[in-house]
Ligand binder design. Sequence first.
Ligand code: IMP
Length: 422
Amino acid sequence: MPNIVILGAQWGDEGKGKVIDIFAPKADYIVRYQGGNNAGHTVVIGEDEFILHLIPSGILHKAKVCVIGNGVVIDPKAFLDEIDMLKRKGIEVAGRLYLSDEAHVIFPYHKKLDELKEAKKKKIGTTKKGIGPCYADKVARSGIRIADLLDEAVFKDKLRGNLDEKNVVFNRIYNIEGYSFDALYEEYSSYGKKIRKFVCNTVLLLNDAIKKKKSILFEGAQGTLLDVDHGTYPFVTSSNATAGGASIGTGVGPTRIDKVIGIAKAYTTRVGEGPFPTEFGEDLMGRIRKKGREFGATTGRPRRCGWFDNIVVKHSVMVNGIDEIVVTKLDVLDDLDSIKICTAYKFEGRVYRDFPSNIRVLEGCVPIYEELPGWKEDTTRVTSYKRLPKNAKNYLKRIQELLKTKIVLISVGSDRRQTFAK
Ligand code: IMP
């Protein structure tokens, strides 16, 4: 298999876990390149449901090597808990799970800062896992990397320096107590000892694998519209969820990546605050949320739902260089009389056919829709494209036409078997 990036073409939760699980058997390495345990990748295997937050979904395939790249931020406790969860379910990770020594560590003060910022009126609606504050430290060059955590002298020095600054913020700005150096040092050193066996130079590991003609599957987290550069800033996550992030977040050069596959739901969802032009009204919101089980895999929050937005996915195709599209959750639209696709936005008399950068346009625009007849048939048992109802095929054909990108796979349920090629 070529080296492929699989990523979300909307605001996350497109069903990446399931699609990665389908592609994983053909890859040798499955790699996470950004984000942290804010992600929630769900894979259903028979009666078992696995929700992975940090470890690549490929871990569910016994022979595969999984790597957490340098671009990921690591909550060591969440990492160890996830390994325990997998062990309890009979999945052994020893010898096939690697963690980059350059990844940054999330500390309790990051989570606290995330919480405190979210308590303000103008919030982002984050997962409160400390992701944004950890990346902020990384960019400010004061972050603590896994390699630092494993070096006693460096860790002491960096942690002390960070606490000196952070505790002033907690005391003076938020009027709360700061963190004790001794307690944090002890707790995190003990995590360090436990994770040491997974840590290595993953940049070398992956580039050596490429030299040996092994194939790599890059597992994107969140989605394109949550990318810190290309998304609905500031209502985004703090990393590059787009295809470029795969190079930055693993140390594998862009010329070594052969293909980008974008996952798009047959409709749209987003969790948290921020503009969402095609968001449903109350009635449809309730129906689709229930049918699509649209509740966050990480926070349990109800997801906001809306019509398929071609402006959004077209933007994703462009900024990621998407070669092929996978459409998920088509079955969720089974009961609808008619289905809309947003093809443009109108704002203050101007029509936008491309994704606008100005958040005020996105917040205030009126979507322009095309309306297609629904199919009113159960598609969850359909096992081939040929057997899809005619109107479902028409819907997919229209999306493909608008995106000028091939739809290669369609998913009509959470089980591995409810997927077929177009
Ligand atoms: P953060 O990543 O926790 O900082 O949250 C920033 C924004 O990204 C919020 O709107 C979150 O709801 C959203 N977000 C973060 N991770 C995911 C995900 O895996 N799926 C969907 N939305 C996410």
